[in-house]
Design a protein around this ligand. Sequence first.
Ligand SMILES: Nc1nc2c(ncn2[C@@H]2O[C@H](COP(=O)(O)OP(=O)(O)OP(=O)(O)O)[C@@H](O)[C@H]2O)c(=O)[nH]1
Ligand SMILES: [Mg+2]
Length: 385
Amino acid sequence: MPANLPPRARALLREYQDARTIPEKIRVLEQLISAIPTHKGTENIRKQLRRRLAELRRELEERKRKRVKSSSGKFAIKKEGAGQVVILGDTKSGKSSLLASLTNAKPKISDAPFTTKIPIPGMMIYEDVQIQLVEAPALFPQAPWLSQVLSLARNADALILLIDLKRDPIGQLKFLVECLRDARISLKKPRVKIDIERRSSGGIQVLSTGVFIDCSLDDIKKLFRDYGINNAIVRIWGDVTLKDLEDYVGLNIIYKPSIIVANKYDCEVAEKNYLKLRSLLEDKVKIIPFSAKSKLNDNLLRREIFNLLGIIRVYTKEVNGPIAEKPLVVPYGTRVIDIAKMIHSRLYKEFKYARVWGDSVKFDGQKVGRNHVLHDGDVVEIRTK
Ligand SMILES: Nc1nc2c(ncn2[C@@H]2O[C@H](COP(=O)(O)OP(=O)(O)OP(=O)(O)O)[C@@H](O)[C@H]2O)c(=O)[nH]1
Ligand SMILES: [Mg+2]
């Protein structure tokens, strides 16, 4: 045991050595790491402990995954359409009713609790795109499927937090947010987007669109090695600090775009509860008043769900030809040259310019270069001469 640790850290270190289960070890280790003062003399021990914490978290994650697979394959829903959006909420909040009102699914709707016991997918149509909605079984303390539902949420592209306006809305929302936080799912958009692709060899390669605020490339590589990651491609969109990277790789926190749907707006107490919820949120998360019964805001909600996914529709057109009926569904930030690449390698290689009709240009048929960023609904004609 190093001599320079304060008494609380020493006690926690002993407690850690006695801990039996992985969750217990993780809990104590988290406290231990924050109890060790940060200075040169403790650098090595902090590094070792952080590395051990990351290993334990990975082990726990792995075990959960295996358990989920063996106990019920029914919880994994294959993604279809332009994106998968998981509906989370308490029992009887109206998850099945929402699914039935927006998609082709026919879930059982009932006033009895815990009617839905496995996830149910349905396809929602928004104009000319299809988006998959999945009703998750209800989240409540001690729910037998709690960890499986949270895995489903971790794997989704976006989340709907469904709140029943007939009941206390704050308690419902707090519980959902706590569950997500425990599963290291963040609803707050991070300043910087990070993605790690593990490799079997090749060392650590870092591809970044921004600057390293308080660190060098070597510091970043060292951080990954500290966490036992020796071969990976790390992609970073935006300016990054070492702490941003540590939160991502060490704590494994992932961000999910989400909206709150406040259901049963047709009920008597609904408006009061809705206003309560709104004042708590202070515009931090979008909240849509809704009623599965009266179909209030049905179209608005479809649009908001589409917006959550961070995708746009681009319609291609050959020179003097008609506009394609089906759009290409691509991420925000897609450029004209990315579209050329998707259509044909020849268009990509021989690209000269493009003509664009739609929101991203000042006038119809405007001539643009390869890096022009497209908007939802744009029509693009690629020119090679
Ligand atoms: N008044 C009103 N009742 C609703 C609305 N949406 C759902 N309900 C009722 O709320 C009850 C529960 O609805 P479900 O859709 O089955 O709820 P759920 O969240 O899927 O519940 P579980 O699957 O059992 O966890 C049913 O009696 C529905 O008719 C709504 O917008 N307004
Ligand atoms: Mg249900």
